[in-house]
Design a protein around this ligand. Sequence first.
Ligand SMILES: NC(=O)c1ccc[n+]([C@@H]2O[C@H](COP(=O)([O-])OP(=O)(O)OC[C@H]3O[C@@H](n4cnc5c(N)ncnc54)[C@H](OP(=O)(O)O)[C@@H]3O)[C@@H](O)[C@H]2O)c1
Length: 325
Amino acid sequence: MRAIIIVQPGGPSVMHVMERDTPTPGAEEVLIKVHAAGVNRPDVAQRKGNYAAPPGAPVDIPGLEVAGEIVEAGPGVSQWKAGDKVCALLAGGGYAEYAVAPAGQCLPVPAGWDFIQACTLPETVFTVWHNVFQRGRLKEGEHFLVHGGSSGIGITAIQLARAFGARVFATAGTDAKCAACMELGAHICVNYRTEDFEVHLKPEGVDVILDMIGGDYIHKNVHLLNVEGRLVFINVMRGAKDTLDALAVMQKRLTITGSTLRNRDLAFKAALTQEIRERVWPVIEAGKFKPVISQVFPLAEAPAAHTLMESSEHIGKIVLQVVKD
Ligand SMILES: NC(=O)c1ccc[n+]([C@@H]2O[C@H](COP(=O)([O-])OP(=O)(O)OC[C@H]3O[C@@H](n4cnc5c(N)ncnc54)[C@H](OP(=O)(O)O)[C@@H]3O)[C@@H](O)[C@H]2O)c1
């Protein structure tokens, strides 16, 4: 099969199309003929040598999510069969013509969605559901803020928080990105380059914050949160360390938490998949959540896809098309 291989850590040009053996599904796994693969910021970190694949995942083929058709079910798989159309969360190996996925991490392609649209779901929906709704315990009527509102994660967080009845705020780096966030359902979006989000949102108050920025946002988040607020980290793009006002944490009884999805075990991911199928898939199939795709590249143009992601000019998801449907 053809696959994108990271030949050494570095810039986008270290990724090359190469021939690799088609993988074989083991027990409780399926082999997927990949039609489209989603590109995510963690793939960029892996390419740079900063985010190694966990044990068992392909070490040099990036790609955390795919959509396609099951061509073979391994021993012990009863819920899927050859011909089923699925999207799947992977620990790596998605930028390829075939990928092996744990059967428990596959979901049906939602009704009315094509493969290009469906491949954009797993990584961001799993991350947002776990961090915003499980760890952050966001409830109907609460106020929710996501930083990086126009990112793949951001567009997912805005739409799901809105669908589950929250009042939704976002931050983004341009007025055009803010307009896109508002169109997706954000009640307020702050352009952080021209306005201070803490000052702007203080009169509203915030119950749950999903933060991928860190750095100087850490103390601003703590000051912005309401009593019993929850701050959830999924990355620290501006740095992991900053001063923390522990008195504010005590006085407001805040919860500060966070997680990374990729290294979680199979049992955790299978349980999360099941909950997402029951709680989120009906929302998607009811049309309350739409795909937001910035650009689609052929598989061989993965370097250009990464260059776009690193420019941060995109709004929503970037996709690699493997099969022209
Ligand atoms: N913990 C987990 O399990 C997990 C899983 C998936 C993703 N993530 C993280 O979630 C984040 C979003 O992922 P994605 O794939 O959706 O990424 P993405 O689409 O590339 O979006 C990232 C956005 O962050 C903003 N940004 C980039 N560098 C920044 C900086 N130094 N300061 C402020 N803003 C910055 C940019 O928007 P602006 O122009 O608005 O600044 C950019 O569009 C990434 O940091 C990723 O690593 C974590």
